[in-house]
Design a protein around this ligand. Structure first.
Ligand code: FES
Length: 104
């Protein structure tokens, strides 16, 4: 599936990445290590924070309580914020556009 990543400098990058992994892993495998994902998907760091394009936001299950709590503490949260380690990347969301959130 296709993934579009907007990096912190505002540049849009398009990549074709294997599905069956999290959006966080897909972003990192595409080479964008400014998405730190310090805890490796353990839902404890919030450094995998992204803003999901509106057109795709509703295609993911709602965040669980732990994710919602972490997002609440993140300074740059918006209505489209998610922790990318909690989002499955697959053909169902091909074309997904995510913006890497600024660091708090
Ligand atoms: Fe740490 Fe997602 S990688 S919360």
């Amino acid at each position: 599936p296709k993934l579009i990543v907007v990096t912190r400098d505002g540049t849009e990058h398009e990549a074709e990445i294997a599905g069956g992994q999290s959006v966080m892993e897909a972003i990192r495998h595409a080479g964008f290590d400014e998405l730190q994902a310090v805890c490796g998907g353990g839902l404890s760091c919030a450094t995998c924070h992204v803003h999901v394009d509106e057109a795709y936001f509703g295609r993911f299950d709602a965040p669980n309580q732990d994710e919602a709590d972490l997002l609440e503490w993140s300074e740059n949260s918006t209505a489209c914020s998610r922790l990318s380690c909690q989002l499955p990347f697959s053909d169902a969301v091909s074309g997904l556009k995510v913006t890497i959130a600024s660091e708090d």
